[in-house]
Each structure stands twice: as structure tokens, then as C-alpha cells.
Write a protein that binds this ligand. Structure first.
Ligand code: AMP
Length: 300
């Protein structure tokens, strides 16, 4: 495994590994957990070379967000990546990616950038689209791996790859969860024990929404939404940002209940802003993603 900090070294090295065959790429912000590792393992299984980036991208954080306190632990990340079989780890500093005079952004527009995460975090997807484009140009992957956990990010990147004719195949993997249902996230490290217990409210609300979808479809999307809202309202440590029933590609609200659909939720629990979602498939089935135990079993 090689750890590379500069664009010069990455580009210089690229010729040696690009000739080895298919390149799989996993972009991350570090402080890795089993969700990230599931992407790296899948990339390892499907490609000849596995490139992982660790970069806390400043342009996707708002001025009042958690950029300065975002958790970091490079030695631990590198040990996990080595064990998962990654080949190249790209760990640039911010001024390497955004040098003096940087002035060009990829700015998604349209319905995907109006609601939910886009509305709560203005400029977030512009930062994501810009850094992902730059990382694609640097790593030149055949396949790139993203988590369903960040469903709207997936939709934005899908749209961007199609609109800008970026020659990469996107692979989207299920959300890996803690045994109690909490979606794994680097931001879970902000939670003290009581907030950690309360944080299951997101997956509990999604389950309640999906069950309302199953059992009371005639009542429409608002009843599903209300089933989610009710669970969050009952948890005093949580403050709901949004609960939504939307189209999984455009993220526009559903006028009538139908599948495929996406149930999406964001809430603040203590010091952390957490997001989660559950896709309702076109055959009407849903699951809350795979648990850690299941993820580990599938690897074997
Ligand atoms: P991040 O480091 O938070 O930017 O995440 C890097 C990648 O890992 C993104 O594609 C995320 O969607 C994905 N990811 C984060 N959490 C999970 C999870 N619990 N399960 C699966 N993928 C995840």
C-alpha cells in the first residue's frame, strides 16, 4: 500500500498502476468505519487497483458547520485500509486541492439542489461535485464506490456523471448499520452515551414510515411522513430537520404514494447532525440496509 500526499506524486505514480488493469476508487473524508470498509472491500473484489482518498473537503462545509472539529485519525484509517486491501491512499492537504487562485467550481442545478440536504446545507453539493470531479480527474477510475447512506449525494453524482459525460461506472452500496440500527457515520463519534442511545431515533422513524407505507398506503405520503415525524418528536434529545417521502432520482416530493420512493430523514441529536434514508423498491419491499454482522458475513 502506498500513501501519497501530493498531486505531483499521484500523477507521477498513476502510470505505474493504471497499466495494471481496472481501477476502483473510493472517496472518503476519513475516520473510517465499517461502512467505508465495505466500499473498499467491494472495490478490491471488482478491480485490479484500489485507490482511496482521505480528504476533509472544506468547500462542502458551511461556515457554521463542523469542518474544524471533523474527526481525524490517519494511522487508524491506514491500518483499516491496509487490512481491506487498498493499494493507493491519496491524502492531500486542502491547499493541494484548492491552491491560491482556485476559481472554478462544478455547480449542480435543478430539483436535486433545491430540497432536503441542499436546502439545509447551501453550497454543500457544489463542494461535493467539485471535489469529486477533481478526484475523478486525478485517479481516473473505471469504477467509483459510494454509499446509499448519502442518498442525495449519490443522486447528484449520478446526474453529474451523466451530464458531464464522465467515463466512470458508479457502484452504490447499502448502508452499514450498528446492531441497534444506527447508520454508521464518522459523526457518530460526536455522541455521548445518552445521545448515542437517542440516535437510533432516525432508523426507528424510517422503520415507522416504511411500515405506514406497507400497511396504510391509501393514506398517502403525508401519513408516511407523519409516522416518521411522530417518532422523532417523542425523543427529547432529537430535533428534526426534515422527514420526507420523495422520488429517489429527482428528490421531488411524491404527490401520491408509489414505489420506488425514498424515505429520507435528518435530525440533530445533541452535538451531531445525522442523516439516514430507506429506499422503498419498485416491488414494494424495503429494508433498512445491511447490519454490520451481515456485511461481515457477506465478505466471507
Ligand atoms: P464520508 O467519509 O462520510 O464522506 O463517506 C465516504 C463514503 O462512504 C460515501 O460514499 C458515503 O456514502 C459512504 N458511507 C458513509 N457511511 C456509510 C455507511 N454507514 N454505509 C455505507 N456507506 C457509507
Amino acid at each position: 500500500m502506498r500513501v501519497i500526499g501530493t498531486i505531483g506524486d499521484l500523477v507521477g505514480d498513476r502510470d505505474t498502476w493504471a497499466g495494471r488493469g481496472r481501477v476502483g476508487f473510493v472517496p472518503t473524508m476519513g475516520y473510517l468505519h465499517e461502512g467505508h470498509v465495505s466500499l473498499v472491500r467491494r472495490a478490491r473484489a471488482e478491480n485490479d487497483v484500489v485507490v482511496v482518498s482521505i480528504f476533509v473537503n472544506p468547500t462542502q462545509f458551511g461556515p457554521r458547520e463542523d469542518l474544524s472539529r471533523y474527526p481525524r485519525d490517519l494511522p487508524r484509517d491506514l491500518a483499516l485500509l491496509e487490512a481491506a486491501g487498498a493499494d493507493i491512499i491519496f491524502t492531500p492537504q486542502a491547499d493541494e486541492i484548492y491552491p491560491q487562485g482556485f476559481a472554478t467550481y462544478v455547480d449542480p442545478v435543478g430539483p436535486l439542489t433545491l430540497r432536503l440536504e441542499a436546502a439545509s446545507r447551501p453550497g454543500h453539493f457544489r463542494g461535493v461535485a467539485t471535489v469529486v470531479t477533481k478526484l475523478f480527474n486525478l485517479a481516473r477510475p473505471d469504477r467509483a464506490y459510494f454509499g446509499q447512506k448519502d442518498a442525495q449525494q449519490v443522486a447528484v453524482i449520478r446526474r453529474m456523471v451523466a451530464d458531464l459525460n464522465i467515463p466512470v461506472e458508479l457502484r452504490i452500496l447499502s448502508t452499514v448499520r450498528e446492531p441497534d440500527g444506527l447508520a454508521m457515520s464518522s459523526r457518530n463519534s460526536y455522541l455521548g452515551p445518552e445521545d448515542r442511545a437517542a440516535a437510533t431515533v432516525l432508523s426507528r422513524a424510517l422503520r415507522a414510515g416504511a411500515e405506514a407505507f406497507d400497511t396504510r398506503p391509501a393514506e398517502g405520503p403525508e401519513a408516511v411522513r407523519q409516522a416518521m415525524v411522530r417518532i422523532v418528536t417523542e425523543e427529547p434529545r432529537a430535533a428534526l430537520d426534515y422527514a420526507d417521502v420523495c422520488d429517489p432520482d429527482t428528490f421531488e416530493p411524491l404527490a401520491e404514494l408509489r414505489a420506488p420512493a425514498l424515505l429520507a430523514i435528518a435530525a440533530r441529536v445533541g452535538p451531531a447532525r445525522l442523516i439516514d434514508n430507506v429506499p422503498l423498491r419498485s416491488d414494494g419491499t424495503w429494508d433498512l440496509g445491511i447490519s454490520l454482522a451481515e456485511a461481515t458475513r457477506r465478505e466471507k
